[in-house]
Ligand binder design. Structure first.
Ligand code: CU
Length: 102
């Protein structure tokens, strides 16, 4: 999703057994990493422009990942170079393709 710096995203735990956490190498320089506890909502305020990749810890390899773009994806090339396990690679390729078409 695309948001603006200063916006807050509220990740809703619609189901127990999942969480949300940022991925190393997939947040902009100087941004604060985030990680929510399993089965709980998490609110994240994004103050630094850039691309933020996130995962569900237990289902990362199954492709349970997502992406938030704040203003501009200034760190896109760096984020693309992060190695991804299993289906996460496929999912992120789709997300990067979608991003690059806009
Ligand atoms: Cu999950």
């Amino acid at each position: 999703m695309h948001i603006h710096s200063g916006d807050t995203v509220h990740f809703v735990a619609a189901d127990p057994g999942h969480n949300v956490q940022s991925l190393p190498g997939m947040i902009p320089q100087g941004a604060e990493p985030f990680a929510g506890p399993m089965g709980h909502d998490l609110s994240v305020t994004f103050s630094k422009p850039g691309l933020y990749g996130y995962k569900c810890l237990p289902h990362y390899w199954m492709g349970m990942v997502g992406m938030v773009v704040v203003d501009n994806p200034v760190n896109e090339q760096e984020a693309k170079s992060v190695a991804q396990p299993g289906a996460a690679g496929t999912r992120f390729r789709q997300l990067f393709d979608t991003l690059d078409r806009h």
